[in-house]
Design a protein around this ligand. Structure first.
Ligand code: DGL
Length: 272
């Protein structure tokens, strides 16, 4: 019975805010016409400085909501939430979870200078997964870790261009370049919305690494493996429902920058 209510298969996605839309954007490219539900936990944004316990609790509540709305698989489109909660989520729910992790591995493997920079939140740098990957793939190179304080706020407030963002990005990126970094890993899903500015400030010799395309590819493969891929695509404008736990204003703006045709009725403010 439950099965009949659903329109095809559904991917649940969540982030502390609009950052996860950088992953949604890649999912749209690789899985066009798949039903998706996006939750922006803007009432609790940013997650970065919050205690792990609180992030775990938000991740559980949001995941339960996404499952109740029909999610067959959940993409935790947030490095900080993944670091804090992915193991608990996998233990607590029976559906598959796909997490984010700073792309230290490809950056370390491709670095010619032996120096890479990682921009992420405090919560992500504390995570077990990040530290394990760093140890495994980057123990013989220099990894410059930089907490991107204030960058999430710039993206949430739509202030991605101009002097203020350039100044903050310069403060984090220029020291990495001066120390010889030839790769900068975007370890927070909000940062791809600052990618142009980061690339401009870092200069030509530096590769900016965004893990979102790889995560989308992994989701595609997982759906295929589980036999969960839709055989028929839905009309594109009907494919994603967006919820914000606070004001939906920025969510609407950023989502429509990616897909201008999303109708008003596909956005909702909801306490979760
Ligand atoms: N987008 C997030 C991440 O990937 C969360 C940032 C935050 O809320 O601090 O880490």
């Amino acid at each position: 019975m439950e099965e009949q209510k659903k329109i095809g298969r559904t991917i649940g996605i969540f982030d502390s805010g609009v950052g996860g839309l950088s992953v949604w954007r890649e999912l749209l490219k690789i899985l066009p016409g798949t039903r998706m539900i996006y939750v922006s936990d803007s009432a609790y944004c940013p997650y970065g400085p919050r205690p792990q316990k609180e992030i775990v609790s938000r991740a559980k509540v949001i995941s339960a909501f996404l499952i109740s709305e029909g999610a067959d698989v959940i993409v935790v489109a947030c490095n900080t939430a993944t670091a804090a909660s992915i193991e608990v989520l996998r233990d607590s729910f029976s559906i598959p979870f796909i997490g984010m992790e700073p792309a230290v591995k490809p950056a370390a493997l491709n670095s010619k200078t032996g120096v890479i920079g990682v921009l992420a939140t405090q919560g992500t740098f504390r995570g077990r997964l990040y530290n394990k990957t760093r140890k495994e793939y980057a123990s013989d190179i220099e990894v410059i870790e930089q907490i991107g304080s204030g960058l999430v706020e710039l993206v949430e407030q739509g202030r991605t261009r101009g002097d203020e963002s350039a100044e903050l990005i310069s403060k984090y990126v220029i020291p990495m370049v001066q120390r010889g970094a030839d790769h900068i890993v975007l370890g927070c899903t909000h940062y791809p919305f600052l990618k142009e500015e980061i690339a401009r400030i870092a200069g030509d010799g530096v590769t900016i690494v965004d893990p979102a395309p790889a995560v989308a590819k992994h989701t595609f493969e997982m759906l295929e493996e589980l036999g969960l891929k839709n055989s028929e695509a839905l009309a594109t404008e009907e494919q994603t429902m967006f919820y914000s736990t606070g004001s939906a204003q920025n969510l609407i703006r950023v989502a429509r920058n990616i897909m201008p045709s999303i109708p008003e009725g596909f956005f909702a403010e909801k306490t979760i």
